[in-house]
Design a protein around this ligand. Sequence first.
Ligand code: NAD
Length: 371
Amino acid sequence: MVKVLAVLYRGGQAAQEEPRLLGTLENKLGIADWLKKEGHELIVTDDKEGASSEFQKHLPDTEILITTPFHPGYLTADLIEKAKKLKLCVTAGVGSDHIDLNAANTKKITVAEVSGSNVVSVAEHVVMSILLLVRNFVPAHEQILADQWDVAQVARNAFDLEDKVVGTVGCGRIGYRVLQRLQGFDPKELLWFDYTDLPPNAEKAIKARRVKDLEEMLGQCDVVTINCPLHEKTRGLFNDELISKMKPGSWLVNTARGAICDRAAVKRALESGHLRGYAGDVWDVQPAPKDHPWRHAFNPLGGGNGMVPHYSGTTLDAQKRYANGAKDIIRRYLAGEEQEPANLIVVDGDYASKAYGQREKKASGHKGPGP
Ligand code: NAD
């Protein structure tokens, strides 16, 4: 019998009424009956903070841990030390930065995610976020809710996306799909920055220009979208200094990870007008505290905030894909089968993915960026 522990967000009434909310505490990724039939134990909880949480209580004798980026069970090096039986961490979704990957390597714990499962979901959200910032949508909608009508007040900060320069930091599965989807808006130019090459055909197909220096790219962009993982080199990357290299009055969209952007620096840049807008769904701790500065950060005209809870990658379509993918990873583990190489982040004490930072040892298995 294998003990499986899953940390999932509470769905409440919504999860009872909508069974396709598979990634919730209530609907248990749709794997509860299957694991029970196979004779395994499944514990599901949303209680994840502090030493007396269900998460920490069950961790020491857990063999398979399932977490999601939406309600992350933060698996620190200290907790990994206590998780003596832990063999496999499954991220139901994409992005395993809530796990201390270096510590997982030390203990030879495998970390796998359901690569590709929600990349279209996020790319669509990025395009939506770019549009809602550039077109000043949120303040316009708020007028309607407040029974107001003042065209000039919203039009004074509304623009077209056409003829703008848009750049992505990270051109992997999501970044590439964002560029693909932006073609139809006739931008002036699409730019990308990544240390990993695109396959030549993929690079040709998106008609985007690679810029090898991040600051050089940022200085040219009207819109910047962040699509790289959170790792040692990207934590706090968008601080006061880097944001100052962005074009004055530009827009920043971050659906990658909250901690890639310095929370105080973003608020300062918005309030000064250096950033005209900031949008995304990821926060540096989740759930975001009530007093998180990004909840109430605005540009000098009172707009420019396109923040939402972390849901871009957990649409019902995405949940189906990552629930199925998580089940397949667990099934392979239990059957002693090889994992899909693209799903492996760390394995056998080393990084299998090239996406979590440039490392001296060449990562194998996981494909590079692009489609
Ligand atoms: P991917 O592995 O396909 O691509 C990531 C790319 O980022 C790689 O090409 C890598 O080389 C590049 N990269 C890494 N460090 C970089 C750096 N310092 N500068 C520039 N590029 C860098 O991953 P993906 O599927 O495109 O997902 C990217 C990230 O998006 C995930 O790691 C996750 O954090 C986030 N994500 C968020 C949601 C959501 O719901 N908001 C859902 C899925 C993924």
